[in-house]
Design a protein around this ligand. Structure first.
Ligand code: FPP
Length: 261
């Protein structure tokens, strides 16, 4: 299999050299991203924080396109955590407005590239107009079989686990004996979505910040000092190349080491 790079990556560019090193058969199926550093990006430029989020939405567009072009199946973006409500009211309102704008403007791109959009997190609390827009785009893209973009909105990994437990306790005929990890995962917001193979965090913080706590048990982690608005195709390709150098053991030993047990 070869990548279709026409109109996406300029011939002779550094990005093209990076793509050439990628092994198409060993791409992560699911990439999850903690997009961090929008505020610092804006502060460095003496601009209001919302300008950092606006520049961040350009990076979102670029990474979504890169995933679709490369054939990655799922991209999960941590766009608004439950903890983000603690920010100044004005920043929160502008962030939701930005998201709504993004959905309104991007729907044609989603259709053209057969991208499916789904949302995880708690619906209650999301402003009504954003909720309606999310439902519209989820419905519009439901049958798409290309990249799935999962937006984590009003999301908290711990709340997701508690909500899953509540759903299990409310299911008729619940039997503790037969509950296993696979059954538990079917009650999470991410039911049916494979766990992330690669977790990316920008802006250099060494934290998980309550993101996909159950699902990242065996994810490979890539942390870069680059601030999210500066995280463009080239950075993303570097993360993918690094992922391909990792040896994923899922708790077992390397094949060679088992001969020396
Ligand atoms: C973290 O940076 C980023 C967020 C809380 C919001 C992420 C939102 C976007 C990238 C914009 C729109 C999203 C989509 C999906 C279109 P921060 O503000 O915490 O940065 P800081 O740590 O430097 O203050």
């Amino acid at each position: 299999m070869k990548f279709d790079l026409k109109g996406f990556i300029a011939p002779g560019s550094e990005e093209e050299a990076l793509v050439r090193q990628l092994d198409p058969s060993r791409l992560p199926q699911h990439v999850a991203v903690i997009m961090d550093g929008n505020g610092r990006w804006a502060e460095k430029r003496k601009k209001p924080r919302i300008e950092g989020h606006r520049a961040g939405s350009k990076a979102v567009q670029e990474v979504v396109e890169a995933c679709a072009r490369l054939g990655i199946r799922v991209l999960t973006l941590y766009a608004f955590s439950k903890e983000n409500w603690k920010r100044p009211k004005r920043e929160v309102a502008r962030l939701w407005r930005l998201l709504e704008d993004y959905l309104q403007k991007q729907d044609k791109q989603l259709i053209k590239n057969k991208i499916r959009l789904i949302v995880i997190g708690q619906r209650e609390g999301i402003p009504g107009s954003v909720e309606r827009e999310l439902e519209r785009v989820e419905t519009l893209t439901r049958a798409h079989d290309g990249l799935t973009v999962v937006l984590a909105l009003n999301y908290s990994g711990r709340s997701e686990i508690v909500d899953a437990i509540k759903r299990i306790l409310q299911s008729p005929g619940v039997n503790p004996e037969s509950l296993d990890e696979a059954e538990f995962a079917r009650h999470l917001d991410t039911a049916g979505i494979p766990d992330p193979d690669l977790l990316i965090r920008t802006s250099g913080e060494l934290r998980i910040s309550n993101f996909l706590l159950w699902q990242i048990a065996y994810s490979e982690i890539w942390i870069t000092p680059v601030l999210w608005p500066d995280f463009r195709r080239r950075e993303f390709l570097r993360a993918l190349l690094d992922f391909q150098k990792r040896e994923r053991r899922f708790g077992a030993v390397h094949a060679r080491s088992s001969e020396n047990a």
